[in-house]
Write a protein that binds this ligand. Sequence first.
Ligand SMILES: Cc1cc2nc3c(=O)[nH]c(=O)nc-3n(C[C@H](O)[C@H](O)[C@H](O)COP(=O)(O)O)c2cc1C
Length: 252
Amino acid sequence: MTDKYFSTGKTKLGVIVSSDRAATLILRTWEKKFNRVPDVVVVEGPKAGGHLGFKKVQLDDENFALEKIVPEVVVAVKKFEDKLGIKIPVVAGGGIYDGEDIYKLLQLGASGVQMGTRFVATTECDATDEFKNQYIDAKEDDVVIIESPVGLPGRAINNDFLKAVKAGIKHPFSCPWKCLRTCDYNVAPYCIAIALTNASWGNLTNGFAFSGTNAFRIDKIISVKSLIEELREGFINAVQKYGELPMATSLG
Ligand SMILES: Cc1cc2nc3c(=O)[nH]c(=O)nc-3n(C[C@H](O)[C@H](O)[C@H](O)COP(=O)(O)O)c2cc1C
């Protein structure tokens, strides 16, 4: 069920992009082919956890920083908003740690933020304590970039499994899924889907934890309620420090 450009059903469709170019390409293609556009565009920067939509050399290049790409994507999306007379929220993600970070991204034109790493270290997160403890125990140097078997860089917490893979040890597997064309299971050193599932179940001997750059800053598991309160407080402090946001944004 769709009306013009937006779905009217309960399920909303969002896309994740890493550049204004990708946003424009996707929106233009959807509009042309399907007569609709995404309900939300998530811009994920190079500090995010998991698979990253950047080349390895771009990860520390300030031209690809989240603060640089968010305004560019906002401009790209606005062209479609103006043309179609609709609002398409742009949500920023990757390395957002506190309320002041949220404030800064909203200041740059984002309508909201997407946070992963902070919510892993909450009581409500359904990963095992072993997985969450990887975050609690991690030092800054433990958060590393890996070359995922699917052909993308990924950010994860280093452990013996990853060190063994780097040293050339393989974990052969038969693949019933063939989930991504870019993953050649005949030569891949391990199956990333299996490794990530093992880790979430607490088996870190045969897997590893994805995380954003900021995992090492986390030192305890807290409830989602406390986390939201902390973020809200930090956001309000940032408003007091830097001034109201131009648009009517409120976490109150
Ligand atoms: C443990 C973990 C697993 C993730 N898995 C996925 C995934 O399966 N698909 C995806 O699009 N993004 C995934 N992400 C990325 C998050 O959705 C999010 O955009 C990103 O982590 C935001 O950065 P932050 O973790 O620094 O807040 C994952 C992130 C983490 C930390």
